[in-house]
Structure formats: C-alpha cells, structure tokens
Design a protein around this ligand. Structure first.
Ligand code: GAR
Length: 201
C-alpha cells in the first residue's frame, strides 16, 4: 500500500479540516476558538450529510464545506487529493461516524484526533455514538461518565488517549440531560486540547 505524506511541516502555519456530520456544536466551538489564532486556522469542513447543521455553521463562518461520498471515501486514495489541495495539516473529528480509511490514517498518522462522549475504553466501538452512548452508560448504572479525546486510527475508538475529563451521572439523568453535561465538557476542552497538540507539532 502506498502512503502519501501530506503537507510535511515546512512552515509554522497550520490548517485544520473538521470532519463532522451532526449538529456541529463542537465544530462551531473549534471554529470560534481558532478564528483569531495567529497561526492555526480551520480551513475546511468535511461532511457526509448535506442536511447536517455543521454545513450551515461552515457557511456562516465562510469556511468551505466538502460534501463527501461514501464509496469514494473508502476507495483508493479517497479524498486525499482534496485535503492536500486545501493544504490540510491536521484532521479533527467532531461527530464524524465513519471509520477512517487506512490511506488517510497513514497520510495523517498522529494528526487525526477524535472526541468520544464517554470514558474509553468503556462504551466505545462501532455503533456507539451520540445518544446511544449515553443510553448505554445509564443502562449500565454508571455513576460517572465523561469525554475522551484520542488519536484516531483504523479501528473505532482505539487510538492512543490524549485527554479525558469526567462528570457525574445522576440518578435522574436521561440520555438527553447526560448528553448536555457531556457537551459542556466537550466545548470546554476540545479546542484547547487541539491547540496544545498543534503547537507541539
Ligand atoms: C459529540 O458528543 C461527540 O462526542 C459525538 O458526537 C457528538 C457530536 O455533537 N461523537 C461520537 O459519538 C463519536 N463516536 P456535535 O455535532 O454537537 O458536535
């Protein structure tokens, strides 16, 4: 398998592509965080769902949105050329539910991060996203949940963990109320953690 080295670090300026396919509250937060940054910018939003809220968020912030097709994403070099053309250095997954193909993992090794709305390795893996995660946490009688920011690799939710933060699960919690608390943690930490990693790149 050939791997393409994308945009090797040659200058101090760094560009992010956010991959998201949901409401996009994390994407919005990250875009706002980096909007005034001296040398890191959000250059592209990549989305597999034309109706996703994140597409509107990209437009409102004058950031191009690349709508991707599943077959092309998983075939050959996928969207590597598009990412290369946009000079993307770093990929942030924020509610993106497809597995990352091997070619993309190889081209962006240790340059793809994901956020998961639970304390991995618990409650991770295929099919574990959004509300389903919170329902499983409540059904298991957990008294604590949280967020995990980790490097993404070719397996769901298995890359090295970078950061975790926790919060209580209350007896009266519904999946929705827990999701809200978790979103609060995500918005508090994700952009800051990305910023820290990218400064050290
Ligand atoms: C976030 O809670 C994120 O942790 C989760 O999707 C939500 C997206 O919310 N990701 C996963 O479950 C990945 N397995 P957002 O669209 O409001 O940013």
């Amino acid at each position: 398998m050939t791997s393409v080295l994308v945009n090797p670090v040659s200058s101090s300026h760094k560009s992010i592509a956010i991959f998201a396919s949901g409401t996009g509250t994390n994407a919005k937060n990250i875009i706002e965080h980096f909007s005034q940054h001296p040398f890191i910018n959000v250059q592209l939003v990549v989305c597999n769902k034309p109706t996703a809220g994140v597409v509107d968020i990209a437009a409102a912030n004058q950031i191009p949105a690349l709508l991707i097709d599943k077959e092309k994403f998983f075939r050959g070099t996928g969207y590597l050329n598009e990412l290369k053309e946009a000079q993307i250095d770093f990929i942030v997954l924020a509610g993106f539910l497809w597995k990352i193909p091997q070619t993309l993992v190889d081209a962006y090794r240790n340059r793809i991060v994901n956020i998961h709305p639970a304390l991995l390795p618990k409650f991770g893996g295929k099919g574990m996203y959004g509300t389903k995660v919170h329902e499983a946490v409540i059904a298991a009688g957990e008294t604590e949940s949280g967020i995990t920011i980790h490097y993404a690799n070719e397996d769901y939710d298995k890359g090295d963990i970078i950061f975790q933060a926790s919060c209580p699960v209350l007896r009266e919690d519904s999946a929705e109320s827990l999701a809200e608390r978790i979103h609060g943690l995500e918005h508090k930490h994700y952009a800051k953690v990305i910023d820290k990693i990218m400064i050290e790149l």
